[in-house]
Design a binder for this molecule. Sequence first.
Ligand SMILES: Cc1cc2nc3c(=O)[nH]c(=O)nc-3n(C[C@H](O)[C@H](O)[C@H](O)COP(=O)(O)O)c2cc1C
Length: 189
Amino acid sequence: MTDDGRRGDALSPEEFARIVRTRSAVRSYAPALIEERVLDDLLDAMLSAPTGSNAQAWSFVVVRDAAALRRLRAFSPGLVGKPPVVVVACVDGSRLDLASHDGAPELCVTMAVNTLLLTAHAYGLGACPVTSFRTGVLRVLLDMPDHIEPVFMVPMGYPAGERHRSKRRPRREVISYDLFGQHTPLAGA
Ligand SMILES: Cc1cc2nc3c(=O)[nH]c(=O)nc-3n(C[C@H](O)[C@H](O)[C@H](O)COP(=O)(O)O)c2cc1C
């Protein structure tokens, strides 16, 4: 343990925040494959995301087959580049009637996708959340039953070239303190 109670081998909060801050959408991928062990780590991290009533009303298809990837790209205008892996993140409608599941299931899938994006970045991979695809065609291509609803595609791979950070709106514009529109924290609060 360190003095502040953290385990000696743990990532510092500052390092973790840097990883979160430096993530950006990557749309150009090197042909290198993602190692099995790394992919397993990413998927495990993804499945640890929060989910309404812990219903885990989600299901994911990991697409790696070259011909299947080509077909996905052909019907997905938002899928740019040639990623070696695409994770298709779906709502599993068969779990929606689980007692007291009150969260919108798409939100749970989104939580999982964001966790995947951040973990991929931490491993030096690039990824991009994609919603511009033809749902009907995707269902047929991946042989999905009716209760499975694709929400996101996440192409992933080692980035080819530089990352481009996109601009964010000024913090002052989007964060209020205590009351909406109060953009400066009150002294002593
Ligand atoms: C709900 C959602 C849908 C998105 N769909 C696409 C998409 O279809 N294709 C794409 O290239 N990027 C897509 N993106 C990525 C955004 O364009 C990207 O996150 C945004 O420009 C901010 O850039 P950054 O992620 O690099 O910070 C999507 C992002 C979100 C959150």
